[in-house]
Design a protein around this ligand. Structure first.
Ligand SMILES: [Zn+2]
Ligand SMILES: [Zn+2]
Length: 281
């Protein structure tokens, strides 16, 4: 049962390990640098070593890095696309340096060009990044589903599955990260046993259960199908219950990361306790 939280890297990326440990996490997610700036430095070697040492001495079994929000891997704008690829290789380099298991990324937005264009662009992105990927053999890239607002790529599981399948046989491995808030906002209900069963078979038919490596467990402020990417505390949003989802055999073994709002210092411990309780029953 691997459960963790997205933690801050204020004071250096290695501080993420202490924050996660203080919360009693088995898993952690953090950014590799400032998620809203184009200017990114590679990580200092000492900081990367420190991260690996602290992680080695901790009980953390899963480490994920979330890429910058600026990266748009399906952009029709050539300049933005090129900048995104450069930043993605910095992200990849940092993830490899700290020994992260996963690099979680959104696929961006095709700005109205449609899913066929987006699919081609993502494929082009990773073919261009092949060299960077080969230099980071320890890191597996995970594509995260989106809520679907602003014409983002990958809110539809069928499209996500097509993109993942199109990259098969390219000797680069890609997995899938399911965000429950984004999924719900994109129109996939997940509260009842029947809804969870339908969602799991949807996974099987599209992205493939074998590719489901990580779950972002977030409640949703927006309604089912609202396309609103607004995370809420566990049990306080529109999804309401996560019991049947967390106890499904296909979900039970997948590491969970909470990206719920941190309005008070009690929020993370309370959400973690709730989730552990629900998974145990
Ligand atoms: Zn995300
Ligand atoms: Zn997420």
């Amino acid at each position: 049962m691997s459960i963790g939280v997205h933690v801050s890297i204020a004071g250096g990326v290695s501080t993420a390990v202490e924050r996660a440990e203080d919360l009693g996490c088995d898993a952690l997610q953090c950014f590799g640098g400032n998620p809203r700036g184009w200017k990114q430095k590679p990580l200092a070697a000492e900081e990367a070593t420190l991260f690996r040492e602290k992680r080695g001495a901790s009980g953390i079994d899963t480490v994920a890095i979330h890429t910058s929000y600026l990266i748009n891997l399906s952009s029709p704008d050539d300049e933005l696309f090129e900048k995104s690829l450069s930043l993605f290789s910095v992200e990849l380099e940092r993830a490899e340096a700290i020994g992260a298991d996963y690099l979680v990324t959104h696929l961006g937005s095709s700005r109205g060009e449609g899913s066929v264009f987006a699919m081609g662009r993502v494929k082009e992105a990773f073919e261009t990044l092949r060299g960077a990927l080969c230099s980071a053999p320890e890191v597996e890239i995970l594509f995260e589903n989106t809520a679907g607002g602003g014409d983002t790529t990958g809110s539809d599981l069928a499209v996500m599955g097509d993109i993942l399948n199109s990259l098969d046989g390219t000797d680069m491995g890609f997995g899938f990260c399911f965000d429950t808030c984004h999924g719900f906002a994109a129109g996939y209900p997940l509260a009842t046993a029947k809804e969870v069963e339908a969602l799991v078979s949807r996974f099987e038919d599209t992205v493939g259960l074998r590719r489901l490596k990580l779950i972002h467990l977030n409640d949703s402020k927006g309604k089912l199908g609202s396309k609103l990417d607004r995370h809420e505390q566990i049990g306080e949003g529109m999804i309401k219950t996560f019991g049947p989802f967390l106890r499904h055999p296909a979900i039970r073994g997948v590491p969970l990361i909470l990206e719920t709002p941190k309005t008070t210092p009690e929020d993370d411990p309370r959400n973690l306790k709730k989730v552990r309780g629900l998974r145990k029953v």
